[in-house]
Design a protein around this ligand. Structure first.
Ligand SMILES: Cc1cc2nc3c(=O)[nH]c(=O)nc-3n(C[C@H](O)[C@H](O)[C@H](O)COP(=O)(O)OP(=O)(O)OC[C@H]3O[C@@H](n4cnc5c(N)ncnc54)[C@H](O)[C@@H]3O)c2cc1C
Ligand code: FES
Length: 268
């Protein structure tokens, strides 16, 4: 069950111009699944009123330690960036449905595909998969090297399991994340099952879904982003169309039934 908590900021670190890593201690925070998120109050006033959803980037070690990785997108995240070490932050967590790890074993292979800060929930997932000894390749893409200024922690955790792409070729392989993904989906040897997990912009998710379908009907889970109001299923502010269904109930709440969906559950 999600809980409203008061956390204390342990550290708040700039990672390049656009990103911040925020570590909060929220004692009593229940264990989160990778893919779940928190709703953070980004201001001490009522402006803005709505909490901002951020994926849980890592949890632990120790009671209540939570990390977030976020991009300065607009007013709310810029206000959050002003919070200093030692200050309180009000949050509700853990929210939503996370990634399913069912069927993943050390004989499986997991391909994690992240566009930009879509890396946040996938990093937490990678840590859990490492605990289960599931072999991982983490494909991380951006337009240019500066878009991936947060990559240090991911590179340290994944080592050679990290493949980077940039559209301008300033870091890693030139092109889109779908380049290495296509190559890896073409390798059919050495594992019993292959699972794909993705988070990033809509066009990237659609292309990943197309490749997963066409190159072998590989199971794919995607984490979606939607503008949210309540964050816990009450307002229908975050709905997306359910795939292949019609009628007034043919939607899913990204905050409640998601943000993680299997491809085929929702229209990408
Ligand atoms: C479940 C979930 C998990 C998320 N996890 C992360 C994360 O780990 N790190 C991270 O950097 N961001 C994450 N986001 C996106 C983040 O919530 C938005 O960037 C943030 O709410 C923007 O608030 P703002 O006030 O700074 O920007 P605003 O001024 O509200 O908007 C600035 C720009 O961001 C877009 N935007 C606003 N809200 C969202 C949203 N919810 N999703 C996508 N685009 C949005 C707007 O359309 C606009 O173009 C997540 C979103 C969801 C739904
Ligand atoms: S944000 Fe209110 S139902 Fe999802």
């Amino acid at each position: 069950m999600p809980e409203q908590m008061r956390g204390v900021i342990i550290s708040h670190t700039p990672l390049g111009e656009e990103y911040r890593e925020l570590t909060v201690r929220a004692r009593g925070m229940p264990p989160a699944e990778p893919g779940q998120f928190a709703g953070l109050k980004v201001s001490k006033t009522r402006d803005p009123l709505l909490r901002r959803p951020l994926s849980i980037y890592d949890q632990g070690p120790g009671d209540g330690m939570l990390r977030f990785l976020y991009r300065l997108a607009g007013k709310g995240t810029r206000l959050l960036a002003n919070f200093r070490e030692g200050e309180d932050v009000d949050l509700i967590a853990p929210l939503g449905r996370g990634f399913s790890l069912e069927g993943l074993t050390p004989k499986s292979r997991a391909l994690l595909v992240a566009g930009g800060v879509g890396a946040a929930p996938l990093y937490f997932l990678a840590r859990k998969l490492q605990e289960k000894k599931v072999p991982i390749t983490f494909i991380l893409g951006g337009q240019r090297a500066a878009d991936l200024s947060f990559r240090g922690k991911i590179a340290a955790a994944l080592g050679e399991g990290l493949a980077i792409t940039t559209e301008d070729g300033s870091l890693g392989r030139r092109g889109l994340v779908t380049g290495p993904l296509r190559d890896l989906l073409g390798e059919k040897q050495g594992f019993n099952s292959l699972h794909i997990f993705a988070c990033g912009p809509g066009p990237m998710l659609r292309e990943v879904a197309r490749l997963a379908r066409e190159m072998g009907e590989f199971p794919l889970q995607v984490s979606l982003e939607a503008v949210m109001a309540c964050g816990f299923g009450a307002c229908l502010g975050c709905v997306c169309p359910a795939d292949g269904e019609e009628g007034s109930e043919a939607y899913r709440r990204v905050c409640k039934e998601g943000p993680v969906f299997f491809a085929g559950e929702v229209e990408l």
